[in-house]
Design a protein around this ligand. Structure first.
Ligand code: SAM
Length: 177
């Protein structure tokens, strides 16, 4: 009886969520989308073009990498811990006719292989950026551009900072080793 009730609850949840599970661990920061004009300014600040592979670490509903593919012709990769957001991103990519140019991986951004990126976008927070700095410097190839919405990366001095609607966007390029 109890088992049947639990099964019914599980089936209902699966129907509501499309089968997606809860995140494997608590996110380091909760979902808050980057506004469209700011996403566009981030991609423009990084001079994204058709030869780029744009990784958004903590990709939310996928909007930054989808825009990178749609407007700039780039390949996009989103890494997102919340399976529901991954599912939504894939759907938006299909609806936006760029599913063949973008990939969404469900998982922890700290465990992701980011070495193929030529551009990395971030909208995280101070402490997560600080923890991410060694990984960015260790795994990204020299010349890879990093753009962060609102938050600096520790004491790493950005090469450019622009303000869009009162929000700072920071740009770095991974130096030669
Ligand atoms: C502030 S939102 C930004 C979403 C998107 N990048 C944008 O700018 O619209 C941060 C996202 O990071 C995800 N996130 C937080 N911690 C994460 C982790 N350790 N690994 C992967 N994704 C994570 C959250 O679920 C959330 O969707």
């Amino acid at each position: 009886m109890v088992r049947d009730s639990l099964l019914a609850v599980a089936l209902t949840l699966a129907a509501v969520t499309g089968g997606a599970q809860a995140p494997s661990r608590a996110p380091d920061i909760y979902f808050a989308p980057t506004r469209h004009n700011i996403a566009d300014a981030m991609l423009s600040l990084a001079s994204v073009g058709p030869h780029d592979v744009v990784f958004d670490l903590g990709s939310g509903d996928g909007r930054i990498v989808i825009l990178a593919a749609q407007k700039y012709g780039a390949i996009g990769v989103g890494v997102e811990i919340d399976p529901l957001l991954v599912q939504r991103s894939r759907q938006v990519a299909r609806e936006g006719a760029v599913a063949h140019r973008v990939t969404f991986t469900e998982g922890d951004l700290f465990a992701a292989d980011i070495s193929p990126a030529t551009v990395v976008t971030l909208y995280l927070n101070h402490s997560t950026n600080l923890r991410l700095e060694p990984k960015l410097k260790r795994e990204l190839r020299p010349g890879t551009r990093i753009v962060s919405h609102q938050f600096p990366i520790g004491r790493w001095v950005p090469e450019r900072t622009v303000m869009v609607d009162g929000v700072p966007l920071f740009l770095w390029t991974v130096p030669a080793r």
